[in-house]
Ligand binder design. Structure first.
Ligand SMILES: [Zn+2]
Length: 192
């Protein structure tokens, strides 16, 4: 009588925490308004029994990174801005995956850079037998979106984005709503 229950419990889910670098939180080079408000919720999720693995991504660029043509310089390797925020309890984080470390290739996605090269996240999840992911972090309309779409389309994972633990940049009004539409079209489940 417990077979179905057992099967459900066997699904292995990872939590992916996207880019809680200091530079993406208020006061940082590319600070997202309200970014710090999600920290308690992210820590609560990371501590919960719901996840077999908790991974944080970390934007990590060289001095003259290609993305600095588009964005202010941010997350420069070795600087305080590149560090994950002190409010993120790393005791609950099993692995950190750096992204954007090639000087001439950007990587909004935690999974693959813009040339399609893997950052190692898909391989880590596969090795650990993960088949589902919940994604949280910054920014909903950039790196969360790219990571979620790659989780479905690239890594073939059942993917949810937990909006209460995400914040968006919203450079233009409607960017977050558009990002949500794009994610849903790709097969990402959005949890409000
Ligand atoms: Zn970046």
């Amino acid at each position: 009588m417990c077979k179905l229950y057992t099967l459900t419990m066997e699904a292995k889910t990872a939590l992916i925490i996207v880019d809680l670098n200091n530079d993406f939180l208020p006061g940082g080079a590319l600070g997202v308004t309200g970014g710090d408000e999600i920290l308690p919720r992210v820590n609560q999720l990371a501590r919960s029994e719901d996840y077999a693995l908790v991974v944080a991504t970390q934007d990590w660029h060289q001095q003259a990174h290609v993305s600095f043509a588009t964005w202010p310089a941010h997350c420069v390797a070795g600087t305080l801005g590149a560090e994950l925020h002190a409010g993120l309890d790393l005791a609950n984080v099993h692995a950190v995956i750096r992204k954007g470390f090639d000087v001439d290739v950007d990587s909004y996605s935690g999974f693959y850079n813009e040339n399609g090269a893997s950052n190692g996240l898909a391989e880590l999840l596969q090795t650990r037998g993960i088949d589902q992911v919940d994604i949280v972090g910054i920014a909903t309309d950039y790196c969360v979106k790219a990571t979620a779409i790659d989780a479905v389309e690239g890594a073939g994972l059942k993917t949810r984005v937990l909006l209460d633990a995400c914040r968006g940049v919203e450079v233009n009004p409607g960017d977050v709503a558009n990002a949500i539409n794009e994610m849903q079209t790709a097969g990402v489940e959005i949890i409000a």
